[in-house]
Write a protein that binds this ligand. Structure first.
Ligand code: ADP
Length: 634
């Protein structure tokens, strides 16, 4: 019979499995059992609409069997089975392309970074970590013939007809020979198999059975020393079948949660936080939620759908129930099980279901509280979480006209000028000076660049903290908040720092009035780009800075104009601020008084370009600037 070749990507994965030095090879059993359980699920669902294909619910089972002489372990299920074509398509290639991409990226590290293997739901192929030959015999629902798929690893596989009476699949592993380091023969012992089922597959809701040998006292034999024993075979169910979420949280080990999460939600990393909750009252439900550590690979694509699995008394009724999660928590994975929901409820009806709305509300509150707890109890993990999903939360704050403020405002972090740490708004307000009326923030591309803004230096000099906004959404979210704990927000680059004393304010006002002609001339020289030029007393030792007037700040202008769409470009009203206490101010006044208008005009243009650079913007006309600077030097 001709051997068929595995597809290229499957072959690579297969090589990794065969040559794996990964120490958790035991996970192969979890993978095979979970495939078996999925196959039974499929048959069960089909039987709901087609009576002919089903068994009575109690007859579904997964069986383990060993043959010690032949060194084989067989995992049998009476699930949906596979046709010859399905055997080829499903076992000759890798199902989840996302997993493969990840592995591809790491293919260079196969020997050192083998941990990836164990952390992935690598599925069927993982069996090649412990077996050098695998035989799958399968009969699909409604098929007349069964087929046998055989492979001894990377050199290919064969598919041929075989005899198999029952619908379902039997996967037989020919275990590798023992080595000094690896005792593959252990997987022939029932106690080892029982231990593995308990560890990884306890919650599987079909029984995982095995015939095990036990010993008992022979009937009629004597007592004590005269007792005679005999061995007999009895069938034992290894798993408790209680869904993980129905168990008491105190009985569940971290590892059990983690392997459940990886297995069910296809993640290669453990979650950042597990939320297991039982709720009683207006509505009763169990929820098991996970906050991932990293962005799902398709998170920012149209394909990504938020939602939680929905169960009614242990039976899944919906794979992804969107209504259970608000958009800003769309990264949360997990499931909800409630007896208050009807098994036959339709998607449309669910949307209006009062129970479901109550559940969603409770879940939202729970996620909020858990994230809050994480922030206060394990700041490092929270900050790592925020790095990944913080933008999502900030968009949530901005969306729906700030309606979700109460849920989100205390979960947001900003970099702060004080020690460059990430802080919450609550922490900012708590350390505010008594006379400080407003929360200061500044926007820019990077924390370093913002930190150098003259206005930021001025606020810091007054012993006050500045929040550094580097995310596009930051300022929009802050504007939507309007205030926090009765404190308003002030962008330090809007000329409203309000740090000066009344006297100083009066002085700068007079200064501006006296120099009105000079300032108007400078504005005219720079042109349309600025709406105003003025002297400022709040720029420390720096000659110039940019500020803005009105609703739209310079940063918001940048963000809004980046968005797709023609025309209608938004413009901030930009103000060039010149430091009234800097020598450049005197110079400008003298030159203007001496009638050196061209020079004043050129200096104004150079100053404007400098201010743009300080604000992290590009220069509108670099060639002109270069000529101007040379003109001033020579
Ligand atoms: P995954 O389970 O992650 O999709 P696997 O490599 O484990 O990937 O399995 C590939 C496919 O083979 C499965 O999606 C399923 O369609 C099929 N399969 C595997 N085991 C069984 C089984 N016991 N019964 C029926 N189909 C199976």
């Amino acid at each position: 019979m001709d051997k068929k070749q595995f597809r290229t990507e499957s072959k690579k994965l297969l090589d990794m499995m065969i040559n794996s030095i990964y120490t958790h090879k035991e996970i192969f059993l979890r993978e095979l059992i979970s495939n078996a359980s999925d196959a039974i699920d499929k048959r069960y669902y089909r039987s709901l609409s087609d009576n002919a294909v089903g068994l009575s619910r109690d007859d579904y089972a997964i069986r383990l069997a060993v043959d010690k002489d032949a060194r084989t372990l067989t995992v049998t299920d009476n699930g949906c089975g596979m046709t010859a074509e399905e055997l080829e398509n499903n076992l000759g290639t890798i199902a989840r392309s996302g997993s493969f991409d990840f592995k591809n990226e790491h293919s260079e590290e196969t020997t050192e970074n083998v941990d990836i293997i164990g952390q992935f739901g690598v599925g069927f192929y993982s069996a090649f970590m412990v077996a050098d030959k695998i035989v799958v015999e399968s009969r699909a629902i409604g098929a007349d013939t069964a087929f046998r798929w055989t492979s001894e690893g990377a050199d290919g596989y064969t598919v041929e007809p075989c005899d198999k009476g029952e619908v379902g699949s039997a996967i037989t592993l020919y275990l590798k020979a023992d080595t000094d380091d690896e005792k593959y023969g252990d997987y022939l012992n029932d106690y080892r198999l029982r231990e593995l089922v308990k560890k990884y597959s306890d919650y599987i809701h079909y029984p995982i059975r095995m015939d095990v040998e036990r010993s008992r006292k022979k009937e009629g034999s004597g007592e004590g020393e005269n007792a005679e024993y005999e061995t007999y075979t009895a069938e034992e169910t290894f798993n408790s079948m209680v869904p993980l979420w129905r168990k008491n949280a105190s009985e569940i080990g971290e590892e059990e949660y983690e392997s459940f999460y990886r297995d069910k939600f296809f993640d290669f990393e453990k979650p950042a936080r597990v939320i297991h909750t039982h709720s009683e009252g207006a509505t009763t439900f169990d929820a098991l939620l996970f906050i991932p550590k990293h962005l799902p690979y398709d998170f920012y694509t149209k394909e990504y759908k938020k939602g939680l699995q929905l169960y009614s008394s242990g039976v899944m009724i919906m794979e992804k129930c969107e209504d259970l999660l608000p958009d800003y928590f769309s990264f949360v994975k997990g499931l909800v099980d409630s007896a208050d929901l009807s098994l036959n409820i339709s998607r449309e009806m669910l949307q209006h279901d009062r129970q479901l709305k109550l559940i969603a509300k409770t879940i939202e509150k729970k996620i909020k509280n858990e994230l809050g707890k994480l922030m206060s109890s394990d700041r490092e993990t929270y900050e790592a979480f925020f790095k990944v999903f913080g933008t999502q939360l900030k968009y949530g704050l901005y969306s729906d006209y700030g309606m979700h403020k109460d849920v989100l405002q205390d979960l947001i972090l900003f970099a702060s000028s004080r020690e460059m740490k990430m802080i919450s708004l609550k922490e900012y307000v708590a350390s505010m000076k008594e006379e400080q009326k407003t929360v200061y923030y500044a926007c820019g591309e990077t924390v370093e660049q913002i930190d150098m803004l003259p206005q930021v230096e001025a606020v810091k000099d007054h012993g006050m903290e500045v929040l550094y906004c580097t995310d596009d959404v930051d300022e929009f979210a802050i504007q939507m908040l309007r205030e926090y704990d009765g404190k308003t927000f002030t962008n330090v680059c809007t000329g409203k720092l309000d740090l000066a004393t009344d006297e100083e304010k009066e002085a700068i006002k007079t200064e501006n009035e006296n120099a009105a002609d000079l300032l108007a001339f400078m504005k005219e020289s720079i042109g349309e780009s600025v709406s105003n030029v003025r002297f400022s007393g709040e720029l420390k030792n720096h000659p110039v800075a940019l500020a803005s007037e009105g609703e739209i700040s310079v940063e918001m202008e940048k963000v809004l104009n980046k968005m797709p769409g023609e025309g209608n470009k938004v413009k901030a009203a930009v103000v060039l601020e010149v430091n009234a206490d800097h020598a450049i101010a005197e110079k400008l006044k003298t030159l203007f008084a001496d009638g050196e208008r061209e020079k004043v005009a050129n200096i104004a243009k150079v100053l404007y370009a400098q201010a743009r650079l300080i604000g992290g913007m590009s220069i509108e006309n670099p060639t002109e600037l270069s000529d101007l600077v040379c003109g001033l030097i020579l």
